[in-house]
Design a protein around this ligand. Structure first.
Ligand code: DQA
Length: 188
């Protein structure tokens, strides 16, 4: 399905004039086996389903005035293609590469190539688990990693990404970042 493009309107610095600017768009990528959340190793990953995680992300995205494009794949190449497609189209990426975290030079290279700020998320604390999970190929090319906070990690990542983009002069359309309003309203 083609991405839904929403537009927000904000006041310009000129009295009585208004600028129209596109909403920030963030790509959220879930890697392999995350479609099984809710029934997969509940003691490690919890009971929230991927749909529930996506719904809470969408709600926060609405509050912050950020358009989210959320995708899940079990295929490395598909993730690579979606990362490439984010170039010139998305202002940020939130990615849980799942098992590809520990194996994929291709996912790392794609993130590095597109030059879109990315945050790596893991539900579990990968540094407290098996030795092979402690190394991430993607960490070296992301803004940062959030690991061990369960589904909340995605929400922390979205807030952190918005704060970062805001610091770079890319303000979300709504006032949730920086102004403290955060009630999900948007001016049109
Ligand atoms: C994971 C951690 C990875 O080691 C694992 O392969 C996953 C999920 C996490 O979210 O905790 O599939 O990325």
């Amino acid at each position: 399905m083609p991405p839904r493009v929403l537009w927000g309107r904000v006041r310009s610095g000129l009295i009585g004039r208004r600028l129209v600017r596109p909403m920030l768009r963030v790509l959220v990528l879930h890697g392999p086996n995350l479609n099984l959340l809710g029934s997969r190793e509940e003691s490690v990953y919890g009971t929230a389903t991927l749909s529930e995680i996506d719904a809470s992300l969408a709600k926060l995205g609405g509050e912050l005035g950020v358009e989210l494009e959320i995708r899940q794949s079990n295929h490395e190449g598909e993730l690579v293609t979606w990362i490439q497609d984010a170039r010139n189209r998305c202002q940020g990426i939130i990615i849980n590469p799942a098992a590809y975290t520990h194996t994929s030079v291709a996912v790392r290279d794609a993130l590095s190539a597109v030059n879109v700020p990315a945050i790596e998320v893991h539900l579990s604390n990968i540094h407290r688990r098996e030795e092979f999970r402690r190394h991430s190929y993607v960490s070296g090319v992301t803004l940062g990693q959030i690991s061990g906070f369960g589904p909340t990690g995605y929400l922390l990542a979205l807030r952190g990404l918005c704060e970062y983009l805001s610091s770079q002069g890319l303000k979300p359309a709504a006032s949730g970042v920086g102004s403290g309003r955060g009630d999900g309203t948007r001016s049109h």
